[in-house]
Design a binder for this molecule. Structure first.
Ligand SMILES: C[C@H](O)[C@H](O)[C@H]1CNC2=NC(N)=NC(=O)C2=N1
Length: 111
C-alpha cells in the first residue's frame, strides 16, 4: 500500500530539489497508470482519466481544481469530451518533486 495519498506536502526550502528519473519511476510504481513525460525538457507525471461525457469530465476537472487550490500546488489540466489529462510538476523547480507524486495520489482519490 502506498503512503503517498496520506503524506503532507513538503514546502521547506531544504526539500527544493527535483527528483531524478529513477526515483520518480520508483514512486510511480506505487500509483496506477501515471507515467513520466517530458515537455520542453521538463519532467512531469501525467495520467488520462476517462468519463462518459463532457459534463463528467468537467466535474472531475473542477474537483482537481479545488484540490489544487487547497494544497497551493497546481496541475496542468486538459478537459475534453470523455477525458481529462492531469499533469503534475513543480514549476519552481523545473521538474518533479515528491509533492507532485503526492498530488497524483490525491487526484486518484477524488474518483
Ligand atoms: C506562490 C505560489 O505558491 C507558487 O507560485 C506556487 C503555486 N502553485 C504551483 N504549482 C506547481 N505545480 N508548481 C509550482 O511551483 C507552484 N508554485
Amino acid at each position: 500500500m502506498s503512503t503517498l495519498p496520506h503524506e503532507s506536502l513538503n514546502t521547506s526550502d531544504s526539500a527544493a530539489t527535483a527528483m531524478d528519473e529513477e526515483a520518480i519511476e520508483e514512486l510511480l510504481d506505487e500509483l496506477q497508470e501515471w507515467t513520466l513525460k517530458h515537455v520542453d525538457g521538463i519532467s512531469r507525471v501525467e495520467k488520462r482519466y476517462h468519463f462518459n461525457d463532457f459534463a463528467q469530465a468537467l466535474h472531475f476537472t473542477n474537483k482537481v481544481g479545488e484540490l489544487a487550490e487547497k494544497a497551493g500546488h497546481h496541475p496542468a489540466l486538459l478537459t475534453e469530451w470523455g477525458k481529462v489529462t492531469v499533469s503534475w510538476w513543480s514549476h519552481s523547480l523545473g521538474g518533479v518533486h515528491r509533492n507532485d507524486l503526492i498530488m497524483a495520489a490525491r487526484t486518484d482519490q477524488l474518483l
